[in-house]
Design a binder for this molecule. Structure first.
Ligand SMILES: [Zn+2]
Length: 147
């Protein structure tokens, strides 16, 4: 989760484009079955002008490109904020085995807050979930952004 937090908030003066600062700081890291980092993603909706450019989606796409496979079985996605319906759906479709998230998102969260997409028994794949990991630190990054 500390790695995901670092991805969410690049250090001041880093190579991140100025526009990236406009994006809500959410970071995601995708780890392979052996624990090796495969891909990272940061929310880039403003930067790319793409409504689907959430941190999780970008990490999943990059991981699939890096491994050459859309099935990410055995992989773990770590993200600083509870995924939305789109991202929760995407990680089910990608067969991600484990989801770890930080802060809860009561307004749009789809991993227990508002919906529970990843534990819907009607779906054929349900990742294991670890919620609220470093939740206070993850929420603090978001609060600082909106201040
Ligand atoms: Zn999302």
């Amino acid at each position: 989760m500390r790695r995901a937090l670092a991805v969410a908030s690049p250090p001041v003066g880093s190579v991140a484009p100025v526009a990236a600062i406009e994006d809500i700081p959410v970071g995601a890291v995708l780890y392979g079955p052996d624990g090796e980092e495969i891909a990272v993603g940061r929310n880039e909706r403003e930067l790319s002008g793409d409504p689907t450019a959430h941190a999780e989606i970008l990490a999943l796409r990059r991981a699939a490109a890096a491994t050459g496979a859309w099935r990410l079985e055995g992989c773990t996605l770590v993200v600083t904020l509870e995924p939305c319906t789109m991202c929760a759906g995407a990680l089910v479709l990608a067969r991600v085995s484990t989801l770890v998230f930080g802060a809860w998102e009561p307004k749009t969260g789809a991993v227990g807050s508002l919906w529970d997409v990843v534990r819907d028994r009607r779906l054929n794949h349900r990742p294991e979930v670890y919620a609220g990991v470093l939740a206070t630190e993850c929420a603090a990054v978001l609060r600082a952004f909106f201040r």
